[in-house]
Ligand binder design. Sequence first.
Ligand code: MN
Length: 302
Amino acid sequence: MQIEEFNQKANEVIEELKAAKPKEAMISHHDDADGLCSAAITKRALEREEIKVKTFCLEKIYTDVIEDIHSKAGQTIFYVDMGSPHADLISECNKGRNLTIILDHHDPKPSKDPKVLDLNLEHFGFKGETDFSGATCCYLFAKALNNTNQDLSHLALVGSCEIPQGFQGINKMILEQALKNGIVQQKSKNFEITKFKIRLHSLFSKLQILGAVGYYEGGPEIGINACLEGLSKDAKDRVNALEIRRKEANRRLLGRLYRERLKETRHIQWFDAGSMYAGMGVARARYAFAQISVLRQSVKVE
Ligand SMILES: [Mn+2]
């Protein structure tokens, strides 16, 4: 079975991790809901092993950031919901200096450094577009590390809400187990996280806003905390404020778009959003493009 091959490889990685006896680890994670869930699962799992954790949110992989992270030696570094497509670059920067563990679902490049270990389930025959998310990969790693981490299964499911086809393959198994353990409950057509009384998709959409729109103002940390402790009143207020700001920026963008039309070259159509999305991280561009593609179906996103 493919999943057994994953578990075997995960156990080897866990042995390396335990042999390194790290006091602390760094988790680099993506800024969307899946990235936040991935970071939350990995953080809690490592803290349960008495490893202190620093999280580091990235909207994408920047070469100079990777070079900087790996310039030091003797660290324990995780890349979650990111890293696989850059396993070659990470290997080049690492040069055997740091134990680096990748838990991701994006199309992987091969690692060239024996200290850069990629547990992407694509290496075991699963499809990262439909069968599992970054959070699923983190969850399976966490469960292999310690079975008590099964109580984090809701986060694998929240992160997997980014998969349009729903819970399939490994995710379907995780959902069934989570229902059996009472971690989630069926509420008509939806699933609710039992201890937080919030639907999986509802937490997902709030995390999308916290991570991407709130990127420069502590949104990712608030989101990770909400994954582990539930959504506090403060976190809810923050989501609402960010959502209002995002809608306002989109409204202004659409207004200008109608007035100025898209500029066109042969292959791309583009529009300068100026500073309308200032302070929101690269999410601004994604939201802008998403809006534009609704308007103009012919526009290519990114
Ligand atoms: Mn993802």
